[in-house]
Design a protein around this ligand. Structure first.
Ligand code: DGJ
Length: 725
């Protein structure tokens, strides 16, 4: 709901449990008054009448330090507010000071559809506040989209050059909100290849905490998600604020606590290496930020994000569609396969009950190792005699769908594409390009390059019966420079690159609407809400070890739905860690997402094959719960000796619990796990334990955790008595 009150020049925005209050002060500044608990809209008088204007115009004129006390919605630069600005505009004469004042506003139904960049697909109601810059010809449009049934507030900004002379945008953040002093803690997620999204909570302290990526993607290192927590915030209680971006390129999210304890939360495209020329009459649109307020802990924050991404970001056709249960040949064969091997895997996959076979890296060009072939998107007939048609036939015979791997953004120096167009690879003349996995990145800032790759991939998809594409990306950007951009616009490179990626993703997903696209970047190196707009699931990590994967999926679930995570059972010893974990545990952990198998299933024992068959049949039964249910994290594998998660259906009639003991303990303490999310009034049965108890008992007393061996796991199916899940 959005209410504007002319008498107080105030805005009241609200969602399910939060409200967001702003006012235009006497000098035309747009100030935040409150972001948090949903207080009555009439209480705006309390803020204006009783708390008073904390910073009067006179005080600001007399003492510019007062500027740092203003709760600004769009931080300016060089006018006495020394916190991080939201927008920095460099004019022709080099001047960069800015101060933003309210001009007018409109309230519209729906959410803005941003051109060329992923955005929420439906809304809501949107408040657009138009600001002018008293120091330049820039005008800023701040967008706020709210939903009555959600706690997500969507924000972004458009910067318009209303003058004649072009200016350079040195910073164009998507949002800025100032919160009062509250001694917050901050949660961030760090990681690396094979250990993505490790949560870390520290005190915020003073100064700036800046989370950012500079590698051209949302990255492994620091995830584009930040959360402020009140000191007593826990998994299922307490206040926290989250923010993530619908963006996949270089980002920055900052939390800045200044001398007065106020916390400025802001973020958007990383302003390092960024400089965007805006000509007179043109504009620049920043990506959307998804802000979330929760007063019921991190768990509720995650569930709000999960619902929002499923309902409003993912492609509606796939958001709630059963995920294809795949078998993928990568860890089964790597580059070493031929028709016989592939068909053997397909036959076995069909016997296990999988529904899609994905042919991974190595089917094209001269691709017998990772040193050649990328960019040559035509089948390697030496390896696959008869081409992809033969593989498709094998799939058809076995009743499986056919999926194919691509790495659209890359080129191998040893490839026909590179030999024909060496200038298409990102490079700077005179500087030897750094290779990553022996490959170079194509210059996706150039439309002709994107067009070529679009045609090459379209040809393959059109001439083969392909229903699934895995879009990989195995290195980040270096030598960011494009021969097609003038010297003054090289600062646009990183953003233009990701716009090129979005352009290709948009065209492929709209021209092939029945193809299910899975994102991937050496595992989870580009896992973000921007990618989820095109790809309903992303390969979560190359690490499928039964222990490490549980932790990676726990972290990922903080701000994404389970269905966004592609999760496979792989071989033991695990190829990344060398660890042995039971097949049952690998299956249980992989059931908490889009499940599949990535090992040589043709060499499994009969007993193992039967176990996989049973896992797949069992997974089909809980698939709807995984797609639509609410996640409750019960035991944190980073701080406890158990991983335990539970999914509960929205109607609270069915639930599914997966637990994994990390280290076996002889004669352990008796421990109960308290279930969360059930209806206290309902009576439930836990199938595997043959136990019946009320929701109240399961919630407040819990269920004894079994004492298991290292990495052993359990699964409980819970259903309301007299209900069939
Ligand atoms: C990295 C991916 O994460 C793997 O699953 C696999 O597709 C390889 N690339 C293939 O090169």
């Amino acid at each position: 709901m959005i209410i504007y009150r002319e008498e107080t020049k105030s805005f009241y925005l609200s969602g399910k449990h939060y409200c967001y209050l702003m006012r235009v002060d006497g000098s035309g500044r747009l100030q935040n008054l409150h972001y948090g608990a949903k207080i009555p809209s009439d209480d705006i008088a309390y803020f204006i009448g009783q708390i008073g204007d904390p910073v009067s115009r006179e005080l600001v004129d007399l003492n510019f330090y007062a500027n740092e006390r203003i709760f600004s919605e769009c931080g300016g630069y060089g006018r006495g507010d020394y916190r991080s600005p939201s927008v920095v505009i460099e004019r022709k004469d080099g001047g960069i000071m800015s101060e933003f004042r309210y001009v007018r506003h409109t309230i519209e139904d729906g959410a803005p559809a941003l051109e060329g960049i992923p955005h929420v697909r439906c809304g809501g109601q949107t408040l657009i506040i138009y600001l002018c810059d008293v120091c330049s010809d820039a005008e800023i449009e701040l967008n706020y989209t709210v939903y009555d049934d959600s706690d997500i507030l969507v924000r972004n900004a458009k910067i318009v050059n209303a003058g004649k002379q072009s200016f350079c945008l040195r910073k164009a953040f998507s949002f800025c909100v100032d919160l009062p002093d509250n001694n917050y803690k901050i949660l961030r997620m760090h990681g690396a290849w094979t250990r993505e999204r490790t949560p870390e909570i520290t005190d915020l302290g003073h100064g700036i905490v800046r989370l950012q990526s500079t590698c051209g993607a949302s990255s492994f290192g620091i995830h584009p998600f930040l959360c402020l927590l009140e000191q007593d915030c826990r998994e299922e209680k307490g206040v926290c604020y989250g923010v993530q971006l619908v963006y996949s390129g270089n980002f920055a999210l900052t939390a800045e606590r200044n001398s007065f304890g106020t916390v400025r939360l802001s973020g958007g495209i990383n302003d390092e290496q960024f400089c965007w020329k805006v000509k007179g009459g043109e504009n620049f649109t920043s990506p959307q930020a998804l802000l979330c307020y929760s007063e019921r802990g991190l768990g509720e924050l995650s569930r709000e994000y999960a619902d929002f991404i499923r309902e409003k970001i993912m492609l509606p056709k796939f958001a709630f569609a059963p995920r294809p249960i795949v078998t993928n040949n990568w860890e089964a064969t790597y580059f070493n396969f031929n028709n016989e091997k592939v068909c053997a895997l397909i036959d076995e996959a069909a016997k296990l009950g999988a529904d899609t076979f994905v042919l991974d890296d190595g089917w094209f060009g001269k691709r017998d190792s990772d040193s050649s072939g990328l960019g040559d998107w035509f089948v390697n007939e030496k390896k696959l005699v008869g081409g992809l048609t033969k593989v498709a036939e094998c799939c058809k015979r076995s009743g499986l769908k056919f999926g194919l791997w691509f790495e659209p953004e890359m080129v191998s120096p040893d490839s026909d594409l590179y030999r024909a167009h060496p200038d298409w690879a990102i490079h700077k003349d005179g500087i030897k390009p750094i290779r990553g996995r022996r490959q170079l990145v194509l210059d996706f800032t150039r439309q002709e390059v994107v067009d070529y790759i679009f045609r090459a991939i379209s040809d393959i998809l059109r001439s083969n019966d392909i229903s699934y594409v895995k879009w990989d990306m195995n290195r980040f950007i270096t030598e960011c420079y494009s021969a097609s951009l003038p010297a003054t616009q090289q600062g646009e490179f990183m953003h233009r690159y990701i716009l090129g990626v979005y352009n290709l993703a948009e065209r492929l997903t709209s021209d092939f609407p029945n193809v299910f696209f899975e994102g991937c970047a050496s595992g989870g190196g580009r896992f973000d809400a921007g990618m989820l707009y095109y790809f309903p699931q992303i390969w979560t990590s190359d690490d499928t070890d039964g222990y490490e994967r549980a932790k990676i999926q726990w972290g990922t679930s903080l701000c994404y739905p389970l269905s966004a995570m592609s999760c496979h059972v792989s071989a033991c010893p695990n190829h990344q860690t060398g660890r042995m974990t039971p097949l049952s545990t690998r299956g249980a952990i992989a059931s908490l997402g889009g499940s599949g198998y990535e090992l040589d299933i043709s060499v499994l024992s009969e007993e193992e094959k039967n176990a996989c068959k049973e896992q797949i049949a069992a997974y089909r039964k809980i698939s709807d719960l995984m797609l639509r249910g609410d996640l409750y994290r019960l035991s944190n594998p980073f701080s406890e000796n158990y991983f335990c998660e539970m999914i509960v259906s929205k109607d609270k009639r069915c639930a599914y619990v997966v637990g994994e003991q990390l280290r076996a303990i002889p004669l352990p303490n008796t421990r109960f796990v308290k279930l969360v999310g059930l209806d206290e009034e309902k009576l439930y049965r836990i199938e595997e334990l043959n136990l019946t108890a009320s929701g109240k008992t399961l919630t407040f007393v819990g269920v004894p955790l079994p004492n298991l061996q290292d990495y052993e796991s359990f699964i409980w199916h819970i259903e309301e008595v007299k209900h069939d899940c």
